[in-house]
Design a protein around this ligand. Structure first.
Ligand code: PLP
Length: 239
């Protein structure tokens, strides 16, 4: 089931890019495997998917370790076992930063300086710097995580200074929109913030990742300029 569903998602991304004159290679697919086991991840890997997103830290770390064992076993058996890339996309509390820094390659859900500082301090020296996106609360839901748009530029400047992090971009999770036009409009606001911060010259290196779009709204997100869509249900099934 997973291979054909993955292929349908790739077709959707391809079609959405062509519809707005974008190069399909400019949008990466992150497979969101939360609540699904290593067996499902292994099927996606066999179908050529190498980047995975997890929301819950303990569950994610367990899966990362299980997949490392599977990949090592495959490599010993002479099979091609590509390195997997793991993205933390769920809320990170202070008491979880050490685990996240030790196991994930990316964290897309950074929304305050204290968490970023801890991740930088706790990133093990033998690993590459942690790749980071700032989660922006683009539609202002009061109970939602994410930095407020008006505080984003200052946070980006500070995070960009941290030695063991690389600031790659922005991530947003807007509320479901009633239709395509409304979905495009909300994603366009995140795109505008992204462009504004890059154009301001405040960062030593411009951001290259705009992570937005999920199963329901990936076409709208690509229309607005997303460079990474995070898709769970359309690949793995309903949760
Ligand atoms: C669950 C989740 C996704 C994937 O959502 P689907 O609707 O299953 O595609 C993407 N991003 C985040 C942050 C999530 O929590």
């Amino acid at each position: 089931m997973i291979a054909p569903q993955l292929s349908l998602v790739r077709d959707r991304i391809h079609a959405a890019c062509l519809a707005v004159g974008r190069n399909p290679a400019s949008v990466r697919l992150l497979a969101v495997s939360k609540t699904f086991g290593a067996g499902s991840v292994a099927q996606a890997v066999a179908a050529g998917q190498h980047a995975f997103g997890e929301n819950y830290i303990a569950e994610g770390v367990e899966k990362i370790q299980a997949m490392r064992c599977l990949q090592e076993e495959a490599a010993r058996g002479g099979l091609v076992a590509p390195a997997l890339q793991w993205h933390c996309i769920g809320p990170v509390q202070s008491n979880k930063t050490r685990l996240v820094a030790a196991h994930f390659d990316w964290v897309q859900s950074v929304d305050r300086l204290k968490i970023a500082q801890r991740l930088s301090e706790q990133r093990p020296p033998d690993l590459a710097p942690l790749q980071v996106c700032l989660q922006v609360n683009i539609d202002g839901g009061a109970n939602k995580s994410g930095v407020a748009p008006q505080d984003l530029a200052a946070l980006a400047r500070q995070v960009a200074q941290l030695p063991r992090l690389v600031l790659r971009g922005l991530m947003s999770i807007p509320e479901p929109a009633p239709d395509f036009v409304a979905a495009c409009a909300v994603h366009a606001r995140a795109r505008a913030l992204f462009d504004e911060i890059n154009a301001s010259g405040a960062l030593p290196v411009p951001m290259d990742t705009l992570s937005m779009g999920m199963t329901e709204d990936l076409e709208a997100a690509i229309h607005a300029g997303s460079t990474m869509v995070r898709v769970g249900r359309a690949i793995f099934g309903s949760r």
